[in-house]
Design a protein around this ligand. Structure first.
Ligand code: HEM
Length: 235
């Protein structure tokens, strides 16, 4: 498309025609995601408010990016990088052998990594919100998983017999202790799962950055800069 192409240099010195590949939403979304993820990762533990808001940022990014994957421009659409694991493995092998074919949009391995990142980010965000509800009775899942959900409705009895009412008070106390134990256990399990997914996401990110660096070297272009400008050389 003539309107989308222009001349500029890349890693190569010569001026080469360029094409707009990454739209504004993909680019701004990507760098906001990087910011949100690292803020959330680094504030885990002590700074719960900042951690939660950064986590919501990640969650909102994922929702918008998934919608964009169906209605966005060509290279943002999931259909543009739905190659499957066999092609992804082949591309990776060829990339390591420095023989990989160049793709204008996501490569098969890059595309698979986008799916892996989106899934892992979703699991991290959902388990984080569940944990916030169970431990702090806060966040969007609080009505279902928070302390309020565990409260039993205790009807005031007629109180005719003092002994009976004391027995029912003891029972209520035991129920409350049981609820507290259950919620503590639930919290511990959720914490493990949340931590597992955040570390899995970090592992994917390390592979993602290594893949971007390798593909940049093999195809002789700066892919990180393309995620800033949106442009790649045409051929
Ligand atoms: C700071 C180092 C990073 C660099 C240099 C970088 C670079 C890139 C590049 C160049 C692409 C396009 C890949 C392609 O050409 O196929 C991309 C896509 C992507 N990256 Fe990163 N990335 C970084 C960190 C991250 C982090 C921390 C995350 C996740 C938290 C992430 C998630 C993604 C996702 C989801 C896409 C797909 C974008 C889309 O299609 O909307 N990246 N990244």
């Amino acid at each position: 498309m003539a309107a989308e192409t222009e001349r500029s240099d890349n890693f190569r010195g010569a001026a080469l025609p360029q094409i707009l590949v990454w739209d504004l939403l993909v680019r701004i979304g990507h760098w906001l995601l990087v910011l949100f993820f690292f803020v959330a990762y680094l504030t885990e533990g002590d700074l719960l408010t900042i951690h939660s808001w950064a986590g919501y940022g990640v969650g909102v990014y994922v929702v918008i990016r998934v919608i964009w994957g169906f209605i966005g421009p060509k290279h943002a659409r999931f259909a543009d990088f739905a190659y499957g694991p066999a092609k992804a493995a082949l591309y990776l092998k060829e990339l390591i052998l420095l023989q990989a074919k160049r793709y204008i949009g996501h490569s098969p391995t890059g595309g698979l990594m986008v799916y892996a990142l989106l899934l892992s980010l979703t699991a991290t965000t959902v388990t984080g919100m569940a944990l916030l509800a169970v431990e702090e009775n806060a966040g969007p899942f609080a009505p279902w998983l928070g302390g309020g959900a565990a409260l039993k409705v205790t009807m005031p009895g007629p109180g005719l017999l003092a002994g009976a009412s004391r027995a029912s008070e003891d029972e209520d106390e035991r129920d409350e202790d049981q609820d507290e134990n259950d919620s503590e256990e639930k919290g511990e399990v959720l914490e493990e799962i949340h931590e597992f997914f955040s570390n899995l996401t970090l592992a994917f990110i390390i592979m993602h950055i290594a893949g971007v660096a390798l593909a940049s070297a093999v195809h002789n272009e700066n892919l990180a800069r393309a995620m800033v400008t949106g442009r790649k050389r045409l051929e």
